[in-house]
Write a protein that binds this ligand. Sequence first.
Ligand code: ADP
Ligand code: MG
Length: 141
Amino acid sequence: MVIETSNETETYSFGYRLGEKAKPGQVFTLIGDLGVGKTVFTKGLAAGLGVEEPVSSPTFTIVQIYEEGRLPFYHFDVYRIGDVEEMDEIGYEDYIYRDGVSLIEWANLIEEILPEHYTEVKIEKDLEKGFDYRRIELCEY
Ligand code: ADP
Ligand code: MG
């Protein structure tokens, strides 16, 4: 499934709708270059889950946990990971196999330890279609 957005609000809203529909144990992977809108999308998804506190990037902690929504939300950012073993140390598997909803930014860096089933969200720009254009592709694995 592909959707196209032409501003930040549309990307946020798309995330929001996925957050509203997310199921216990669902894992989202989020792929896309810097500045493409991963954080915008993630904020929408968290809001759709009912998380009210502000969601920021968990870059220095790898995982940030939000418990106040309809389901717990585990937000990973693995951009700075050196080795996949660091994921064991933070209890990665304990989160992704729980009943919360996980979202993993830069999941391509930990491809070998992704679960069997997940929803990949890939965001890309296409400057020929304008500076604010984004192509968002959803793929179920
Ligand atoms: P990332 O987390 O991928 O590095 P951010 O979400 O922090 O990116 O930033 C995306 C930037 O792109 C924001 O400044 C946002 O306003 C801008 N932007 C412009 N158009 C869009 C769009 N269609 N969807 C999402 N963000 C957009
Ligand atoms: Mg970001």
